[in-house]
Design a protein around this ligand. Structure first.
Ligand code: HEC
Ligand code: HEC
Length: 250
């Protein structure tokens, strides 16, 4: 942690936070951040090198007013633009949101990237279903640049409650053939008569529905890590996944 961050934690007294921190403000701030800021700063606010908005790690111990001013007016002679569409009220919602991310950070376990990677490649068996930079399996979604589209909080939720947000294209399908074979896998395409899927050996399989005993969607096979893993292990995995940003413009 840098010296600046230490100063900031001390100056961020609970009373200065309380001013704006209602649930609705935080939601409004989160939405505004996604709409106006995340394309440059990334979902966790740390995509621009040397700039870290999400961990109470600003380059100077700014007051709320100063951050709101930066948001509305930009930083002259730098690529940080003014955002005229953001009202003053929204600017303070953004400040509250960024401060809340930092607060959550202080309370949360910090993950260890190397331990997360070891867990990912070993006991977690994640490679049985996921691909990172060409290594692993295509059964589940490719994670090579997952950190560009998911925040740390969303990643944690994906690990603990995998069913909560299934992306189209990640739907699983199961069939039983007339000779009793059960096949399940990632659905590629289906219409009234046929279904095509990738089975667990990553082979393309195509079936005529009229030839099948049964067929239909099945739940995604992403196992929940809510049991069998410590909170520290989840934090480690999230830390590792948060480094995956292949193709990021840096
Ligand atoms: C076009 C890209 C872009 C957009 C959009 C953008 N920023 Fe920035 N922002 C930057 C850059 C680049 C810097 C660093 C500027 C510098 O060199 O000082 C920066 C710096 C900042 C800083 C100063 C951080 C520090 O530690 O000193 C804050 C705060 C900030 N941005 C907040 C926001 C917020 C909130 C939004 C959305 C309303 C936003 N930015 C939108 C590019 C952007
Ligand atoms: C048996 C196969 C399987 C295993 C093992 C597995 N996953 Fe998944 N995973 C999936 C599937 C299928 C999805 C997509 C369905 C969904 O979004 O819930 C998914 C979704 C995800 C997502 C969300 C992706 C997104 O686009 O938001 C993350 C992150 C993830 N897995 C990480 C992991 C990690 C880390 C491990 C190892 C601890 C793991 N998975 C083990 C099958 C698996």
């Amino acid at each position: 942690m840098s010296v600046l961050a230490v100063i900031l934690v001390v100056t961020t007294s609970p009373s200065s936070l309380a001013q704006h921190e209602t649930g609705a403000d935080l939601l409004g701030g989160e939405r505004a951040f996604r709409d106006y800021c995340a394309n440059c700063h990334g979902p966790d606010g740390d995509l621009i090198s040397q700039v870290d908005l999400g961990h109470n790690n600003f380059r100077q111990p700014y007051s709320d007013e100063e951050i709101a001013g930066i948001i509305m007016n930009g930083i002259p002679n730098t690529p940080m633009p003014p955002t005229p569409r953001v009202t003053e009220e929204q600017a303070y919602m953004l400040v509250a949101y960024l401060r809340s991310l930092g607060e959550r950070d202080n309370g949360a376990l910090s993950g260890n990237i190397a331990r997360g990677k070891t867990l990912y490649e070993g006991r977690g068996k994640c490679m049985d279903c996921h691909m990172i930079n060409g290594k692993g399996s295509v059964l589940g979604p490719d994670l090579s640049s997952i950190a560009l589209v998911r925040s740390a909080a969303e990643l944690e939720q994906s690990l603990l409650e995998p069913d909560s947000e299934v992306q189209p294209g990640n739907r699983f399908y199961s069939v039983q053939t007339s000779n009793g074979e059960m096949v399940s896998g990632r659905l590629l395409n289906h219409d009234a008569f046929t279904v095509q899927m990738l089975d667990s050996n990553e082979r393309l399989r195509s079936f005529e529905k009229s030839q099948l005993v049964s067929f239909g969607f099945s739940n995604p096979d992403m196992p929940s890590l809510a049991t069998g893993y410590t909170q520290q292990e989840i934090a480690d995995l999230v830390a590792y996944l948060s480094t995956l940003r292949r193709g990021a413009a840096q």
